[in-house]
Design a protein around this ligand. Structure first.
Ligand code: UD1
Length: 417
C-alpha cells in the first residue's frame, strides 16, 4: 500500500501552481453525454476522481482521450443506459449521468450512490427536481429507474442548496421542452462554470452562480471547447499551508475571488496575505489568532476547507470553535490530529480547538479526501516524521501533491510498505 512520509518543520517558499477544479471537471465530463459532438476540455486535473468518471463514461459509450491537462470526450453510440453499482459506489458525482441519459434516450437506470464516510448524503433533491421535469421515477433493488418520453421544463425549489442537484437538473433541463427555473440553487463557482460550458454547447442557461437559474430548453446541443476553472479548494489548502509555515509562498493559477471566505478567515488569523488577479502570496506570521469558523454553502466558508482550517487553529492562541453545518460526520480527522498532539474536542456539530499545541510526527490514517489534506498540513507543521496511510483518498482530489510541495521546499515522499 502506498503511503506518504513527511518530515515536518520546513519553511515553504517559492510557487505552487493550482490545477483545474475536480468538482467542475466531473460534471463537465458528464456533459459529453448531452451531445454527439466532441467536448474539448483544458485544465483537466490528473486526479483519481476524474479517472473514475472517465471509466463510467467509457462504459456508456463515450470515447475519452486524455492529454496533458486536456480531455476530448465524444459520445459514439450510447452503449446502454445503465450505470452499475460498481462504477457509482466509489464516487457520488457518478449519479449525475442519470439526467443526461434521460434527456438523450428517455430512460436510465442508475445505481443509488449510497452513503459515504462523511455522511448519509441522500439524492432526494435530485429526484424531486427530476420529477418536476416530468420524469417517472422508481427505486428498484438499489437502482433509480427513470423514464420520460420528453423532459418538460418546470419550476424547482430546492429544500437545501445542493451543488450536485443543481448541476444535475441544469444538464437535464438544457434539453427539456420549455423553461425550467431553479430556486434556492447552489451558487458554487463550479455550478457557474458548468453553465459556461453548457452555453458554449448551445444551451440557454441564465443566472448560474446566483440562487435562481433559468434554463430555456433547446432541441440539441453541440461540441465545445472549455477551460475548467481553477480548483479553489486545492488553492485554499495551499494557502493554509502557507499560513502555517510559508515564507512568501505564492499560490498561482487560482481565482482568489472564488474563495474569499477562506482568504478573509486566514487573514483574520494574522497571516500575511497578498492577493493578485490569479495568485495569492502568503507568509506565516505567528502567533496565529483563534478565529471561529462555520461552514456554509457558497459564498460562505466551504465545508471542503473545514479540516484544513482546523489544523491552523491547532496552532492559534486560545480556543476556537469550528462548526460543520453541511455534513453530519465530517470530523474524522479529529482523532488523528489529536494523536499528533492537537487538543480538539467534538461536541455535536462543533469542534472546540484549544491552541496552540505543538504537533509531533506520528503514523496516521487518511479517512476521506479533505481529512487527508488536513493530515498533510499537520505533518508539514509538526516536528519530526509523519507517515500517512491510505493515500488513495488524497489521490482522489490532489494532483501531484508530492511534486507541488517538494517544489515549495517540503520534505515529502511516497513509498510502499
Ligand atoms: C459537492 C462537492 C463536495 C462538497 C459539497 C458541498 C462535487 C463533486 N462535490 O458535493 O466536494 O463537499 O458539494 O459543498 O462537486 N443533500 C440532500 N439531498 C440531496 C442532495 C444533497 O439532503 O438530494 C444534502 C447533503 O446531504 C448535504 C448538502 O445537501 O448535507 C449539500 O450537498 P451537495 O451540495 O449536494 O453536495 P455534493 O454535490 O454531493
Amino acid at each position: 500500500m502506498e503511503k506518504l512520509r513527511i518530515q515536518g518543520g520546513r519553511r515553504l517558499t517559492g510557487e505552487v501552481r493550482v490545477g483545474g477544479a475536480k468538482n467542475a471537471a466531473l460534471p463537465e465530463l458528464v456533459a459529453s453525454l448531452l451531445t454527439d459532438e466532441p467536448l474539448r476540455l483544458t485544465n483537466v486535473p490528473a486526479v483519481r476522481d476524474v479517472a473514475t468518471i472517465v471509466r463510467l463514461l467509457e462504459h456508456l459509450g463515450v470515447a475519452v482521450e486524455r492529454g496533458d491537462a486536456t480531455a476530448r470526450a465524444q459520445l459514439g453510440t450510447l452503449e446502454g443506459t445503465e450505470a452499475p453499482y460498481d462504477l457509482v459506489k466509489t464516487m457520488r458525482a457518478s449519479f449525475l449521468v442519470l439526467g443526461p441519459l434521460l434527456a438523450r434516450t428517455g430512460r436510465a437506470r442508475v445505481s443509488l450512490p449510497g452513503g459515504c464516510a462523511i455522511g448519509a448524503r441522500p439524492v432526494d433533491q435530485h429526484l424531486a427536481a427530476l420529477a418536476r421535469l416530468g420524469v417517472d421515477l422508481r427505486v428498484e433493488e438499489g437502482y433509480v429507474v427513470a423514464e420520460a418520453d420528453r423532459l418538460r421544463g418546470g419550476e424547482v425549489v430546492f429544500d437545501t442548496p445542493t451543488v450536485g442537484g443543481t448541476e444535475h437538473v441544469m444538464m437535464a433541463a438544457a434539453l427539456a421542452d420549455g423553461t425550467t427555473t431553479l430556486r434556492n440553487a447552489a451558487r458554487e463557482p463550479e455550478v457557474a462554470d458548468l453553465a459556461v460550458l453548457l452555453n458554449a454547447m448551445g444551451a440557454d442557461v441564465e443566472g448560474a452562480g446566483s440562487d435562481t437559474i433559468v434554463i430555456r430548453g433547446v432541441r440539441e446541443l453541440g461540441g465545445a471547447e472549455h477551460e475548467i476553472l481553477p480548483d479553489r479548494i486545492e488553492a485554499g489548502t495551499y494557502v493554509i499551508a502557507g499560513a502555517l509555515c510559508g515564507d512568501s509562498l505564492r499560490i498561482t493559477g487560482c481565482r482568489p475571488s472564488d474563495f474569499e471566505a477562506v482568504l478573509d478567515k486566514v487573514a483574520e488569523t494574522g497571516a500575511d496575505l497578498e492577493e493578485g488577479a490569479d495568485s495569492v502570496r502568503v507568509t506565516a506570521r505567528p502567533p496565529h489568532e483563534s478565529v471561529d469558523a462555520r461552514t456554509q454553502p457558497h459564498p460562505g466558508f466551504p465545508t471542503d476547507m473545514q479540516a484544513q482550517y482546523m489544523v491552523l487553529m491547532t496552532q492559534a492562541e486560545g480556543t476556537s470553535i469550528i462548526t460543520e453545518t453541511i455534513f453530519e460526520n465530517r470530523f474524522m480527522h479529529v482523532p488523528e490530529l489529536n494523536r499528533m498532539g492537537a487538543e480538539i474536542a467534538v461536541d455535536g456539530h462543533s469542534a472546540i480547538v484549544r491552541g496552540p499545541r505543538k504537533l509531533g510526527g506520528a503514523r496516521v490514517m487518511a479517512t476521506d479526501l479533505r481529512a487527508s489534506a488536513s493530515l498533510v498540513l499537520a505533518a508539514l507543521a509538526a516536528d519530526g516524521e509523519t507517515v500517512i496511510d491510505r493515500l488513495y483518498h488524497l489521490d482522489r482530489g490532489y494532483e501531484s501533491l508530492v511534486g507541488k510541495l517538494r517544489g515549495a521546499g517540503a520534505k515529502v515522499e511516497r513509498f510502499r510498505e
